[in-house]
Structures are given as C-alpha cells and as structure tokens.
Design a protein around this ligand. Structure first.
Ligand SMILES: [Zn+2]
Length: 167
C-alpha cells in the first residue's frame, strides 16, 4: 500500500505534486492529539501540500492548513474555538552550508535540509503546534455560575490547616 504520509520531498517538489486532503487530529502524533490546550481531538483539518521550484531553482513545499480547533480556556477550562489558518513555504536544501547561508541572508526563509523521506503528518504537527496560542483564554470567560462556585468554595489551604489541626 502506498503511504501518502511519506513523500520524497525533493521529487514531490520538482514534479509539482499536490496533496489536497483532510486529516483528523486524532490521527496525528500525541504531541498534537493529546496537547494540553486541546479540549478534544475530534476535529478534522483540511490541508494542501503543493510542490514547486522557485526562481532560484530551489525546490519547495507550499503547505496550508485550515480548521477550527476546540481549545480549553486556561482560565475557566471550558471550550474556546480557535481558527487555524496557516500557510508556509518550506524551501528544501541538500547542503547544510548553503541552507545556513540562505537562512542568514533571509530571516523570513523557512528552510530545511531535505531528507530522502519526509512525513507529511509531522510537517502538519509542527505547523499546528507553532500556531497554537501561548496561553489560550477567553477575552471574557463570562461564566457567572463558575465565578459564583469559585467564590463559595472554601479556601483549600484553610481546609488543609483545619485537617492538620484535627489530626
Ligand atoms: Zn474562559
């Protein structure tokens, strides 16, 4: 069976191949599927990977990925929709020195050393992780019930002190 997840990136680029597909977060590695900020992994993303060669004759991969993730608000822990819409051009290099030089002269360049085999899924995973907000939160959690519950709850440290006294 042909595994579409694994490509030869340079051949993919030079042949201007295209993958236009959907993927469920649950299919990805646990560093994404079980990311602490995700409310759940029951989400389908759409991605498009297109190969090409730029005007400097460098092979590249254009990757775009879109979908709506359900994150967990880091303040109230209820769901927080997050629109993922990332586009990146990854330029492939066969020589590390050339890659370093190109990265130095162009700070916006996303360059990688081309391996003979590349996992499309790991590319997607990297893009998703980089796109996630640093600390996802509602602007205004707006959950009055939750605030009331918190206010009524006894202070856990006071409770602990009481327990210790009773021992
Ligand atoms: Zn919240």
């Amino acid at each position: 069976m042909l595994d579409v997840n694994l490509i030869d990136p340079v051949a993919f680029a030079k042949s201007a191949l295209l993958q236009d597909d959907s993927i469920s977060l649950a299919q990805l590695d646990e560093r994404v599927a079980q990311h602490e900020f995700l409310a759940h992994a029951d989400t389908t993303l759409h991605y498009r990977l297109k190969g090409g060669v730029d005007k400097l004759q460098r092979p590249f991969l254009d990757l775009s990925i879109q979908g709506e993730l359900q994150l967990a608000c880091q303040r109230c822990l209820s769901a927080l929709p997050f629109v993922l819409d990332e586009t990146v051009r990854i330029v492939l290099f066969s020589d590390e020195a050339v890659l370093d030089e190109a990265m130095d002269s162009d700070p916006d360049l996303e360059g990688v050393l081309a391996e003979s085999e590349l996992s499309v899924w790991s590319l997607l995973e990297d893009q998703i992780i980089m796109a996630l907000p640093y600390a996802p939160r509602h602007d205004d959690c707006g959950n009055d019930d939750l605030e009331r519950v918190n206010a009524d709850k006894p202070n856990p440290f006071a409770q602990l002190a009481k327990l210790k006294r009773n021992q």
